[in-house]
Design a protein around this ligand. Structure first.
Ligand code: NAD
Length: 479
């Protein structure tokens, strides 16, 4: 049963929406130079234009890289770790102090429910800075030699699904290890990165340690191909990741890639059904399914399939879709018209391939980009919706009979980022975890993140780890 709640909108008055006619270079907001342009960022929930933002050109990227290099050589790499750590702590505290402002801005620009930006994105971003602040003066105990050196200037490109959190995953370890950065946020979600630039000013971070250049793929291409960069870190699509790998292969710069996924969430017949259903819903409908490690393939044991699917449909019927700023909203807006078109195309391929589509009754708002929570049953491994990353609130259900078949089906993907296992038996969890080719295996839970836990993929999901002691390696000269 779906309870009716009165609207509970979070006030947006805490954010000051204005045009961000500048790039953050050398500690200041500076106008773009020749070759730059402007673009608009809109609210995916209403299509309202939120701000005009600068699109950085070649000269701007040059300036940002030069500022990062100067800061690296003169200040950051020679500063004792304990001093660097103080800046990271300060940033973490300011993220907490300004958490409501960041959450509202993230929800406006991205379309995700305020409940998630408030309770997941922003606290995890702050936790990432706290965690890495602690490493800054302890790098000699990280297992990478007595005094590991930083790499230099990192060029970092991030996607739109967790804008502030991905920024934190990139910037915090880079800075803790003594590198400076030039970061490019995604073109549909640049606003929290620009607010983060203000936070760097507020924290008195030395100029040039963090530089933010906004723009689309062309700006990203200029950044990752820039000769002044020592390390590239990218999160986004596998297609762009492959192009970046080709670019980096021509130089000595180090590269880490965090790409797509098509995770299997494996439910055995001894799993507690209600708990598993919560995990399935969290796995695929959290953040509208715009999650690289989303549990987008449900593998359910044949003997339990009927019960699990009936409980799943009941639970899906209680999900509230609508205004992302409403504190009761579970499912927000799709991030862009482009992403919505991609989800629609893949869902239509599911219909054409003969799978059965089901969504709970739900009214989609007139304006904005929306897609209802959807489940496809009768899916076979050959279907596109079982193979390709949809990156939306669409679950494909397959069944299995034996643990060996579950492993084979789960691993039958070019990706390998994450997996989930639901069973009462600890020994079966361990048996499965040893055989699943995925960077993260969750047992009786899903989509849990912690800065101390390394995250990353196998195969076409990329290489390198982010978070934990392992994540430091990506920003240290250990080879
Ligand atoms: P994308 O890979 O095109 O964009 C990610 C980032 O890379 C953005 O900042 C973008 O501006 C930048 N970029 C684009 N082309 C570039 C280039 N040639 N060189 C350097 N940077 C470049 O992703 P998208 O178009 O926003 O989404 C497409 C698909 O990617 C999605 O449907 C989804 O499957 C996948 N995706 C995965 C993740 C993830 O977390 N793994 C995140 C976002 C999107």
């Amino acid at each position: 049963m779906k309870f009716e709640y009165a609207p509970a909108p979070e006030s947006r008055s805490i954010v000051s929406l204005r045009d961000w006619n500048g790039l953050f270079i050398g500690g200041e907001f500076v106008p773009g130079t020749g070759g730059s342009g402007v673009f608009k960022t809109v609210s995916p929930a209403t299509e309202e234009v939120l701000a005009e933002v600068t699109s950085a050109g070649a000269e701007d990227v040059d300036r940002a890289v030069a500022a990062a290099r100067a800061a690296y050589e003169r200040t950051w790499s020679v500063m004792p770790g304990r001093e660097r750590g103080k800046y990271l702590f300060r940033i973490a505290r300011i993220l907490q102090e300004r958490s409501r402002e960041l959450a509202v801005l993230e929800t406006l620009d991205n379309g995700k429910p305020i409940r998630e930006s408030r309770d997941v994105d922003v606290p995890l971003a702050a936790a990432h800075f706290f965690y890495h602040a602690g490493w800054s003066d302890k790098l000699s105990y990280a297992g990478y030699g007595p005094s590991p050196r930083p790499l230099g200037v990192a060029g970092q490109v991030i996607p739109w699904n967790f804008p502030l959190l991905m920024l934190a995953w990139k910037i915090a370890p880079a800075l803790a290890c003594g590198n400076t950065v030039v970061l490019k946020p995604a073109e549909t979600t640049p606003l929290t990165a620009l607010l983060f630039a203000e936070i760097c000013q507020q924290a008195d971070l030395p100029p040039g340690v963090v530089n933010i250049v906004t723009g689309a793929g062309d700006t990203g291409r200029l950044l990752v191909g820039h000769p002044g960069i020592d390390k590239v870190a990218f999160t986004g699509s596998t297609e762009v990741g492959k192009e970046i790998a080709r670019t980096c292969a021509r130089s000595r710069r180090r590269l880490t890639l965090e790409l797509g996924g098509k995770a299997a969430n494996v439910v055995f017949d001894d799993a507690p059904v209600d708990q598993a259903v919560e995990g399935i819903v969290n796995g695929i409908f959290f953040n509208q399914g715009h999650v690289c490690c989303a549990g987008s393939r449900l593998l359910v044991q044949e003997s339990a399939a009927e019960d699990v699917l009936a409980a799943l449909r009941r639970r899906m019927a209680t999900l509230r879709l609508g205004d992302p700023l409403d504190k009761n909203t579970d499912v927000g807006a799709i991030n862009s018209a482009k992403q919505l078109a991609k989800i629609r195309t893949l869902a239509e391929s599911g219909d054409a391939d003969g799978a059965q589509r089901w969504s709970p009754p739900c009214v989609l708002p007139d304006r904005g980009f929306w897609f209802p929570p959807t489940v496809f049953t009768g899916v076979s491994q050959a279907h596109r919706i079982a193979r390709e990353e949809i990156f939306g609130p669409v679950l494909s259900v397959l069944t299995f009979r034996t643990p060996a078949e579950a492993v084979e089906k789960a691993n039958n993907t070019p990706y390998g980022l994450s997996a989930g296992v639901w069973t009462e038996k600890g020994s079966r969890i361990l048996w499965m975890a040893g055989r699943l080719r995925a960077g993260v295996v969750w047992a009786n839970t899903f989509n849990r993140f912690d800065p101390s836990s390394p995250f990353g993929g196998y195969k076409e999901s990329g290489y390198g780890r982010e978070g934990g002691r392992h994540g430091l390696e990506a920003y240290l000269d250990v080879h």
